[in-house]
Design a protein around this ligand. Structure first.
Ligand SMILES: NC(=O)c1ccc[n+]([C@@H]2O[C@H](COP(=O)([O-])OP(=O)(O)OC[C@H]3O[C@@H](n4cnc5c(N)ncnc54)[C@H](O)[C@@H]3O)[C@@H](O)[C@H]2O)c1
Ligand SMILES: [Zn+2]
Length: 385
């Protein structure tokens, strides 16, 4: 076997009250990066500033990170960091806030760089010459608190760039379930199914190893048992805690094993129609498990260990219990008009085939396969062979 590596944050602090860890960071100045208004509204920003102050740290807040954060937002935040000179960056929010904070951190440390110069995977120079990074997720979904990834949008050219750099793996992840407990039910469902997709895709990835598969399996088991409970009763703190942990466990698997066709197809249909990441993933997942099954033993092995008869069927049933439609045609989050679907289908299929996540999908799917999966997931056709 060739030499492999497995990278995760140095410290992961988890459980109710984990936010307290902010009072012992051991620095002097912190820049808190956050999204719209939810973290402020629920008092988490004030709590974070109080905890940092308790530890003798001054802090500023860089807020207003939008969903699908832009290059402009990242540049603005980096400038605020350069003015304040923090030795810790504290990202509090969903994937959008954490992703933006990671790239602000890069431009804070390397003001000479342009966005174009960090797009190529592995091109980002080393970080941690000025600051270290703590991530406090408020959704149980993207696992940006664990991963080497950040997704930033070039709003001028309407392109979403996945930025990949091992140094962007945070130093510390704080998993406090009090934050995601405030998510409304539909956000719980969509981000929770994103966790399921991360875990199932990491399990079936051609880059899966004995270091990644245990985390993927544990995450699938936790989502199957807890997502319906967290969706039905947002105050179920036991279920919220398990879902929050599941998100990071899935992150530990997929940041090291990568993903597959579900994410390739979700990225591009998201780009064309604006459908939420987790919702697109959830609709696609059962079709792609059925398509992939003949190319991999990993589902059968996972099913045997987890005591699940048919993973695709279990996910269809879970989607239905979470109010997630079985097809894009039935999805009313955005307008999935058939005319537009047919118009963009070839381009979208070719772009999804070229997505980096396709590289680690089992088998060697063709553009025609990708198109057939899009059609199946739009019209509700079976992909079982
Ligand atoms: N870095 C990675 O590895 C990775 C992986 C997958 C996706 N992404 C990216 O992450 C982003 C999506 O992140 P997300 O799914 O976490 O959503 P998000 O951060 O965009 O947040 C979604 C919405 O929920 C709100 N919200 C967040 N937490 C809340 C809470 N606790 N209570 C109430 N409202 C809350 C936000 O304000 C926002 O309006 C996308 O840009 C996607 O491309 C990154
Ligand atoms: Zn995802």
């Amino acid at each position: 076997m060739s030499v492999m590596s497995f990278s995760i944050p140095r410290d992961i602090v988890y459980g109710e009250g984990a936010m307290e860890r902010l009072s012992t960071l051991g620095g002097t100045k912190a820049a808190i990066v956050t999204g719209g208004s939810s973290m402020k509204r629920f008092g988490f920003l004030e709590a974070a500033q109080d905890l940092l102050a308790k530890g003798g740290m001054k802090s500023i807040i860089i807020d207003g990170v939008e969903p699908n954060p832009s290059v402009e937002t990242v540049q603005r935040g980096a400038q605020e960091m350069r003015d304040f000179e923090p030795d810790w960056i504290v990202a509090i929010g969903g994937g959008s806030a954490m992703d933006a904070a990671k790239v602000m951190w890069c431009f804070y440390e390397h003001p000479e760089l342009s966005f174009e110069e960090i797009i190529e995977p592995g091109s980002m120079p080393g970080l941690r010459n000025k600051a270290r990074f703590v991530a406090i997720p408020s959704t149980s979904g993207t696992a940006s608190e664990i991963t080497a990834f950040s997704v930033i949008t070039d709003t001028k050219n309407h392109i979403k760039y996945p930025i990949v750099a091992a140094d962007m793996v945070p130093d510390l992840a704080i998993l406090d379930p009090a934050l995601p407990a405030k998510m409304p039910a539909h956000v719980t469902a969509h981000t929770g199914m994103d966790v399921m997709c991360h875990a199932v895709e990491a399990l079936a990835s051609t880059a899966a190893t004995c270091f990644t598969t245990p985390y993927a399996l544990q995450a699938i088991d936790l989502v199957l048992k807890n997502l319906p409970k967290a969706y039905a009763n947002g105050d179920d703190m036991a279920a919220r805690t398990e879902m929050h942990n599941a998100s990071s466990l899935a992150g530990m698997a997929f940041t090291n094993a990568s993903l597959g066709l579900v994410h390739s197809l979700a990225h591009k249909i998201g780009g064309e129609f604006g459908v939420t990441h987790g919702l697109a993933n959830a609709i696609l997942l059962p079709y792609i498990i059925d398509f992939n099954r003949s190319f991999t033993e990993s589902y059968a092995q996972g099913e045997a260990l987890l005591g699940v008869e048919d993973l695709a069927q279990a996910i269809r049933e879970m989607n239905s219990s979470l109010g997630i439609p079985a097809t894009f045609a039935e999805c009313d989050e955005v307008d999935f008009a058939e005319e537009k679907f047919l118009e963009v289908l070839d381009r979208m299929s070719s772009n999804a085939h070229g997505d980096p996540c396709t590289l680690t999908n089992p088998g060697t799917p063709t553009v025609a396969d990708v198109k057939a999966i899009y059609e199946a997931a739009y019209y509700g056709r079976s992909m079982k062979k």
